[in-house]
Design a protein around this ligand. Structure first.
Ligand code: NAD
Ligand code: DAU
Length: 376
């Protein structure tokens, strides 16, 4: 196995890579994928090439990587295409011979899966199958390669007031989204057990940070607040999520790919459990600090917090998620580096500083989708 070395920038970590030449990233234009590509190119010793296969759905905004495209010409290649397309995936394996696949591509939004599950079944299940089957054939028994699958804590279902998800928690998915992710997780592990494909997997909690698409709670609330629009809180707002800063997640994935045990999954969490209504209150507080409501003409004299509006609940809304990440901490030495307060302030400042990105994203396919509301 080859390993790479190189001069590290401050704050970077030195990791031995299995096959340094090419990483095939799927869904790398999306929120986490784009942060991951930037992380690998800027903050690790990786000197090879990244090929990014992305269908550029409504959630895939190429602006997320415009800087990378310019700065890393020759080391970063974007291929527009569908992971379900066997022929295309096969051609990419032939042309680029990736030693690592990092699989992010998915339909990722629970609300959309409730209104229309079909794309979730296609991309999340069939797409994962197409990648696994191609990797199995192309790699034919090689051990010096990795297929890393990025999954979610939602596959474990919903918790009561106490307890945390462990890697051994039985699967109990409850939305079309989480059922499709659970299905893909099982396929990944089946390819390892049946064919010996060298896979690793990570199941993480709710990410937040730069480039987060504004259909998800945190960016939606930030942008609605700035425009003086209602801040929709589902049900009683007491559902609990564990918030993970996206760059911490990227660092965890990189560790798992490089140091994780083959055939294992690692839970990744932010150590930041919080009820949704408190997340919204924290966002309002951060906005008051960096863009006070009294100076925002769209607020018409209101405070950000006055915009909170309780709306109909998401059907089958999971009550609480919490992650036990002791396995990745113990085995790979990873833990989150920022608190929720630090991560949220960075995130709010990023949205304030990137109004051109916001404008671009809000005039795309996203526009108007949230006009749909839950009715029952
Ligand atoms: P995202 O919706 O922001 O991005 C998904 C990307 O996949 C987009 O660029 C989209 O164009 C691309 N894509 C969709 N269908 C495709 C297809 N058929 N072929 C090729 N590309 C396709 O998603 P995200 O939030 O960045 O999530 C990335 C991964 O992480 C997903 O697998 C998701 O299930 C998982 N995950 C996300 C979170 C989170 O909080 N966002 C938490 C846990 C796990
Ligand atoms: O837990 C990991 C999952 O986190 C990932 O697998 C998913 O891809 C990702 O989208 C995210 O799923 P959630 O459904 O938890 O994220 P979302 O931001 O949509 O919602 C977070 C919580 O906030 C959830 O309890 C629903 C609630 N919510 C959401 C929206 C969009 C609201 O109260 N109001 C809203 O308008």
């Amino acid at each position: 196995m080859a390993s790479i070395s190189g001069k590290l920038q401050p704050g970077t970590e030195k990791i031995k890579m299995k096959n340094p030449s090419t990483i095939l990233v799927t869904g790398g234009v999306g929120f986490i994928g784009s942060n991951f590509i930037r992380y690998v190119l800027e903050k690790t010793a990786f000197k090879g090439r990244i090929v990014n296969l992305d269908k550029l759905t409504y959630a895939g905004n190429p602006e997320n990587l415009a800087d990378v495209q310019k700065k890393y010409k020759g080391r970063y290649v974007l291929v527009k295409g569908d992971i379900c397309d066997f022929k295309l995936v096969g051609r990419l394996f032939k042309k680029y011979s990736p030693g690592i696949v990092t699989h992010f591509a998915a339909e990722s939004h629970v609300d959309r899966s409730i209104f229309g599950p079909k794309d979730f079944i296609e991309t999340n299940i069939h797409g994962t199958f197409s990648l696994l089957e191609t990797a199995r054939q192309a790699w034919a028994g090689r051990k010096d390669v990795r297929f890393h699958h990025v999954s979610t804590d939602e596959v474990y279902g919903s918790l009561g007031r106490t307890g945390k998800f462990k890697e051994t928690t039985p699967y109990d998915p409850r939305s079309p989204y989480s059922a499709s992710k659970a299905s893909s997780d099982h396929l990944v592990m089946a390819y390892h057990h049946t064919y010996g494909l060298p896979v690793t997997m990570s199941n993480c909690s709710n990410n937040y940070g730069p480039y987060h698409f504004p259909e998800k709670l945190i960016p939606l609330v930030i942008l609605n607040a700035l425009e003086g629009k209602p801040l929709p809180v589902y049900g009683d707002g007491m559902q609990v999520r564990d918030w993970l800063y996206v760059e911490d997640h990227c660092a965890a994935i990189w560790r798992v790919i490089n140091k994780g045990r083959v055939g294992q999954t690692y839970n990744v969490g932010g150590n930041s459990e919080m009820a949704n209504i408190n997340v919204v209150k924290n966002i309002c507080a951060a906005l008051e600090k960096y863009r006070p409501s009294c100076c925002n003409v769209d607020l018409k004299g209101k405070k950000y917090l006055d915009l909170v509006t309780y709306v109909k609940d998401r059907p089958g809304h999971d009550r609480r998620y919490a992650i036990d990440f002791s396995k990745i901490r113990r085995e790979l030495g990873w833990k989150p580096s920022v608190t929720f307060k630090q991560g949220l302030e960075r995130t709010v400042r990023w949205y304030l500083d990137n109004s051109a990105w916001v404008r671009d994203v809000k005039t795309g396919a996203y526009r108007g989708w949230l006009k749909k509301n839950y009715t029952r």
